[in-house]
Design a protein around this ligand. Structure first.
Ligand code: AMP
Ligand code: ZN
Length: 813
């Protein structure tokens, strides 16, 4: 019986490893996600019921879950050298000359991408992943094996003719897509955003909870083999072999070059193509292909003589600063944003750049209308790296940071030691109020449907809600029929959905007011310019045009793109409202003072000349635009909202805790806190050090929690939510058994039959508790080989039972 189960477990593991390999290395999907999950679940269940067949490299451990408090330092058996850098082709030629001084035969080079992430060294023994260590200072690094196991690109077991013991090195990185995903969810949680994929990747590797590492979605590529002996004579052949063993190697985008000219070609190609890669690279790495030649060349004090990094220059362009605007986040944090004249950079049009905070603006010494250099480095959001002071107008003023909130006009505060300004007017600052409610209803929190930003705004404006606890007293009859008009930005319309007009039509329409150009004249002028702004550069002595130009400069409008969008020009809704009052039942909610034209003829002219409506009935077209920008609550949506609010009363405590929107308390922290404190009341009464001692929480988060609960208003809101029936207690989890109820465990020494993480999960699933130190509260100490001080200390307590690994396994059998 047990043998059968063991066989079943092993065959499932093998099968899942193979599917992983097909998917991640060969890029060939051989099983549906659903089937894969089914099989994984089956394996998980079998493993949970039979811990005696535990294997640290089981595919189930990919999902992570173990906590590592401290990462042990490990000495590298082979030092991890840096790479020498070069920045132009002359540097490369010098390098080749140095090589040919030592080596007479022809030299081949392998050119690879220089992946921008964190380097890693992984030891494989008998075909199994056994240890993964960060680069550290090159001599020693941190052991992060459990975290590395969660990375799908990295094989846990090898295939084919792999050597018995070897190290393989590579880079752990984040794709741009996953980086953006992480930041998006951090933004939703009100957490600081990460700066770039590289730092995020290396930070992720050091997280205590491997399940969190898993969620980050890291990728890996391997590019160097090291051992006593080598399975081939060239680097190129070894990469091919490593691929057969199951690794994702650099070979796929690499090239074997016979001459330096081929190397240069490769570099030139990737210098422009790199922007299309799904991940960041910061250069090219060149390696002498022959291992014999590599040995002849050897190392300098810091780097191999047989390898060279070629670094790309970050792409940089100059453009004009149009204005600085300030955004208010849900936590009241202010983010300054530079609005730029649109410019093409690394394949995308850049219109904005984050300025992060006041210090950065000061450091740049930014003035109004400066010409700035914009660069795209490892960061996703482009960055202003400097100012072209030669182009600065002497009269232009330094950018002065705002002192009042752009939304509620209350003074801003900057906490000492921090760079960010905050608006503290929590209860009177609209974006904060709306933002908190939006967060509360979001999918990962209370998951209430039908309440987008616009609808929340609508309820708020109608005094139906002032904070999220008010949602629970909404009544269906009272919200049906509420209506509000949004401008394009508020309505969340993307650029491509905005009403846009060709440049010639815009000029023609504008000239109705000033100068009356013919459509042919307008078309001619439009051909001479790319942006409507550039009208002022056009030299044309046509009197009508001169008049037009003069008025245009006066109006001082700015427009982006080849097409000029009404959004930036005039409040479309305002005009529509004037022209078609029948569509605008409620009072105007616009206090948009940015429009320059309230001339109805102007919009008529534009709309009639717009290609979008050539063949449509004009009035119904207007009605459809109007509808697009209207939020109204009809009976159906009112029903959805009210039902969904009711259902949210079953949302578990950990999500309710997250929904409250306590600063720095993201999904994960909320989960940890819920598990540790089990009820909101326990958390409210806990003190700072009790909260800070929960894994991954720490001082800063704990302070924010204590502060949150010290506000009387927050307690009132929570009480109101309690009355409404929300879950403020943790529901007991399903356990495999309760044989360890009221028993506590601690594992020490090096364990060989199971990993610490795996064992701790077993303890929890059977109702027990894991402790991190020896104390009188401890019941069992499980000691592996070379157990040290913890074992000594435990021996001093009569009440602590000391177990071997086998004795522990016997307990669960
Ligand atoms: P640097 O950190 O700029 O000195 O560059 C050296 C680092 O480049 C190494 O430590 C590796 O982490 C990284 N690297 C990225 N791609 C490669 C590659 N294909 N071959 C070798 N090293 C690489
Ligand atoms: Zn404010």
């Amino acid at each position: 019986m047990s043998e059968n189960i063991q066989q079943k477990i092993e065959s499932l593991r093998e099968e899942l490893h193979q599917h992983n390999y097909n998917y991640y290395v060969l890029d060939n999907n051989t099983i549906s996600d659903f089937e894969f999950d089914e099989k994984l679940k089956e394996l998980q269940d079998l493993e949970a019921a039979h811990p005696e067949f535990f294997d640290a490299n089981s595919p189930t451990l990919r999902v992570g879950g173990g906590i590592t408090k401290n990462f042990p330092t490990v000495r590298h058996q082979y030092r991890m050298y840096s790479l020498d850098n070069s920045y132009d082709f002359d540097d490369l030629e010098d390098w080749e000359k140095r090589i040919t001084k030592t080596i007479e035969e022809p030299v081949e080079f392998v050119a690879e991408l220089k992946y921008d992430g964190a380097s890693i060294s992984i030891l494989y023994e008998n075909g199994k992943l056994s240890q993964a260590v960060t680069r550290g200072d090159g001599f020693q690094g941190d052991e992060i094996t459990n975290n590395v196991r969660t990375i799908s690109d990295i094989p846990l077991t090898l295939k084919a003719d792999f050597p018995n013991r070897f190290f393989i090195r590579g880079e752990i990185y984040l794709t741009r897509k996953n980086f953006e995903k992480i930041n998006k969810s951090r933004e939703e949680e009100g957490l600081d955003l990460f700066m770039n994929p590289r730092n995020t990747a290396s930070g992720s590797l050091k997280m205590q909870d491997s399940a969190e590492v898993r969620k980050r979605g890291l990728s890996a590529v391997l590019y160097q083999y090291i051992a006593e002996e080598f399975p081939a004579d060239t680097h190129w052949e070894i990469l091919a072999k490593a691929k057969n063993w199951g690794f994702r190697v650099s070979e796929d985008q690499a090239k074997l070059c016979k001459t330096l000219d081929e190397v240069k070609e490769f570099i030139t190609f990737w210098d422009t193509e790199r922007h299309k890669l799904p991940f960041e690279i910061d250069g090219i790495v060149l390696k002498v292909n022959s291992l014999k030649q590599q040995r002849q060349l050897g190392y300098t004090a810091k780097s191999p003589r047989w390898a060279m990094a070629y670094k790309f220059k970050a792409e940089k362009v100059e453009t004009e600063l149009l204005s600085v605007s300030y955004q208010v986040g849900r936590t009241g944090a202010i983010t300054p944003v530079a609005n730029l004249k649109p410019v093409l950079l690394a394949g995308t049009t850049v219109k904005r750049a984050s300025l992060h905070n006041e210090d950065i603006i000061k450091k740049l010494d930014l003035h109004d209308n400066d010409f700035v250099y914009v660069e795209k480095g490892g960061e996703i959001i482009p960055k202003i790296v400097g100012v072209n002071t030669e182009k600065r107008d002497n009269s232009s003023k330094e950018i002065e940071y705002i002192t009042k909130c752009p939304e509620c006009k209350k003074p801003l505060y900057r906490i000492s030691g921090q760079a960010i300004h905050y608006c503290l007017n929590e209860d009177g600052c609209k974006p904060q109020i709306i933002g908190r409610i939006q967060h509360f209803v979001s999918r990962k929190a209370m998951d209430i449907e039908g309440l987008g930003g616009g609808t929340i705004d609508l309820l708020y404006h109608n005094n139906m809600i002032s904070n999220y606890s008010d949602l629970y007293s909404l009544e269906k009859e009272k919200i049906i029929g509420l209506e509000k008009w949004l401008d394009n930005e508020e309505a969340g319309l993307k650029d491509e959905n905005q009403l846009q007009v060709p440049l010639s039509k815009a000029i023609f329409a504008l000239s109705k007011k000033w100068g009356n150009l013919t459509i042919i004249e307008a078309e001619e002028i439009s051909k001479q310019i790319n942006y409507i702004d550039d009208l002022i550069l056009v030299n044309n002595t046509n009197k009508k045009f001169l008049k037009f130009k003069q008025e245009f400069i006066k109006a001082n409008s700015y427009i982006n793109g080849n097409y000029f969008s009404l959004k930036n020009y005039v409040s479309l809704n305002y005009l529509l409202e004037l022209k078609f009052p029948q569509y605008f039942k409620s009072d105007s909610l616009f206090d948009n003072s940015n429009y320059y034209f309230d001339n109805i003829d102007f919009i008529d002219e534009i709309l009639k000349n717009n290609k979008h409506i050539d063949d449509k009935d004009f009035e119904s077209f207007i009605a459809s635009i109007a509808d697009r920008n209207r939020v109204g609550i009809k009976e159906k949506s009112a029903e959805l909202i009210i039902n969904s609010i009711k259902e949210s009363k079953n949302i578990p405590f950990e999500k309710v805790l997250f929904a409250l929107g306590i600063k720095h308390v993201g999904e994960t922290v909320a989960k940890k806190l819920a598990k540790e404190f089990r009820s909101i009341d326990n958390l409210i009464t806990a003190n700072l050090s009790e909260i800070a001692s929960v894994g991954d929480v720490g001082e800063k988060i704990a302070e924010s929690i204590v502060k949150f609960f010290s506000v009387e208003k927050h307690i009132q809101i929570i009480n109101k939510l309690k009355v409404a029936g929300l879950q403020f207690n943790l529901k007991e989890e399903e356990l495999l058994s309760n044989i360890f109820e009221n028993k506590s465990f601690l594992f020490t020494g090096s364990l060989t039959k199971f990993t610490r993480d795996g064992a701790q999960v077993i303890v929890e699933k059977n109702g027990g508790k894991n402790l991190s130190a020896v104390s009188k509260n401890l019941d069992f100490l499980v000691a592996g080989e070379k157990a040290g001080s913890k074992l000594e200390k435990a021996k001093k307590f009569d009440t602590i039972k000391i177990l071997t690994e086998d004795e522990f396994l016997d307990l669960i059998k």
